[in-house]
Design a protein around this ligand. Structure first.
Ligand SMILES: [Zn+2]
Length: 443
């Protein structure tokens, strides 16, 4: 059994202004993870010296498409302050690994879990069991190298987002849409009612607005909002300073781009001409090449018979596998189209988000460096956080991960995350060969 403990025990100022010494022990082979947050909770002042950490790297993907070699990353508090090959003393020697910014998943459902009976329980449960499942989803996601996720469509995201942001439990930085706007044709409401709904989400604490403009792919994916309704939703969100993510198939991606929405999700069955309209409008595009459907098919018994999941729906998803490879393959060839990384992680796929990289590269012909950038600087830019996360450079949050292997040569290296730092705190540091067994495997 391999046991390794990474225990930066010196108090430091976090970005939340709290001093904590944290100790995380990874029992690799048992895939058991224990976190002990030693509760040295003093109150920080601006005069407190920040703890300095030096990480030595051999190969560094900077998140923007460049490979840097043989340097040292200097972290103070929660931020990267320098790249300096002479910095010392070295706290973490990651020269045998590939180092890159913590990944960003633009589309997850972080609270969506299986219930105590093992069946799909959705994202809205408020039982104690569901709360622990949500905390587990967050932990697995962070351990898989994802330091920021955008969770699109459940009020149950809010307490999880805020608890993680306080540093009380480990997990990725979460942005949430709170309650999504569900397209239901005329029943969705008038443009004014839709505008009021958008403002209500902002008041509830939404970081963005999620809009369903198409039915599910299991029901054919037809449009569920008129152009006027979509215009109202995205225009109001723009006025409120919020981004919009639009669930859209077939004709709906084009309609979303024309409405001035920020980002289109899924996009299955959109034509190349539709995708060109997205590129012209600067609309970000987040298609899924595989994980979400693979996960549904692998867990069919756990979804079937729960709300929204029928045999016919599963048959439609089986047909969609090749359509999804096709949309990603075509999207990355459209000049100027900004394709970001999002997995649609839900019950069964939390912590396996990186499988989507493998699907994109292996099944949809995406260049591995583009795949990495799509989950680093490009995803950060799409979230309007491009100055803060997604790159390894001075001034950025110290969100740093390391892989055992080179994802540019063998994309399956994304399953072997051996080091995770988020906001200057090390949450995972396991030696070669001791990656927890669940990485890439159904938990
Ligand atoms: Zn989704």
């Amino acid at each position: 059994m391999a046991i390794f403990a990474a225990c930066p025990t010196t108090a430091r100022a976090t970005r939340f202004g709290v001093h904590r010494g944290r100790c995380i022990i990874a029992l690799g082979v048992l895939s058991t993870l224990i976190i002990c947050a030693t509760a040295r909770t003093n109150f920080a002042t601006d005069q407190t010296p920040k703890r300095r950490i030096v990480i030595e790297v051999g190969a560094l993907l900077d998140g923007r498409g460049q490979v840097l070699r043989d340097t040292r990353i200097v972290v103070e508090g929660s931020k990267i302050v320098a790249l300096d090959p002479k910095a010392s003393p070295v706290d973490y020697d990651l020269r045998r690994f590939t180092v890159l910014p913590g990944w960003i998943d633009s589309h997850v459902h972080i609270t969506w879990s299986f219930g105590p009976d093992g069946k799909n329980a959705g994202a809205e449960q408020t039982t104690q069991f569901a709360a622990y499942q949500s905390a587990s989803n967050a932990w697995l996601t962070l351990m898989a190298g994802f330091t920021t996720v955008q969770s699109v469509g459940s009020p149950t995201d809010l307490p999880l987002r805020d608890t993680i942001a306080k540093g009380a439990i480990p997990g990725p930085r979460i942005l949430t849409a709170v309650e999504p706007l569900e397209g239901k044709g005329d029943k969705t409401g008038t443009p004014d009612e839709i505008r009021a709904f958008v403002r209500k989400q902002k008041q509830a604490g939404a970081d963005l607005i999620k809009i369903f403009a198409s039915a599910s792919i299991r029901q054919g994916g037809g449009m569920t909002l008129s152009q006027d309704q979509l215009n109202a939703a995205c225009d109001e969100a723009n006025k409120q300073g919020l981004r919009t993510l639009v669930h859209a198939y077939k004709d709906a991606p084009r309609a979303a781009a024309l409405a001035g929405c920020t980002q289109v999700e899924h996009g299955t069955m959109a034509t190349d001409d539709d995708l060109k309209v997205l590129a012209e409008h600067g609309t970000y595009f987040d298609p899924q090449a595989g994980l979400v459907i693979e996960n549904y098919l692998a867990n069919k018994k756990r979804f079937l018979g729960t709300q929204g999941y029928t045999e016919e729906g599963f048959a439609a998803m089986e047909r969609a596998v090749s359509l999804d490879h096709d949309i990603v393959r075509r999207a990355v060839k459209i000049p100027g189209l900004k394709v970001v990384f999002g997995t649609d992680a839900l019950a069964g796929s939390h912590g396996r988000n990186a499988e989507e990289f493998i699907d994109r590269v292996r099944d949809a012909g995406v260049d591995p460096m583009s795949a990495m950038v799509s989950a680093n600087s490009l995803a950060a830019e799409a979230m309007r956080m491009g100055e803060r996360i997604g790159s390894i450079a001075p001034g950025y949050e110290a969100d740093i991960i390391a892989l055992d292997g080179d994802p540019l040569k063998d994309v399956t290296a994304v399953r072997r995350v051996v080091f995770v730092m988020k906001g200057g705190i090390v949450y995972k540091n396991v030696p070669r060969g001791a990656v927890p067994a669940y990485a890439g495997v159904q938990p």
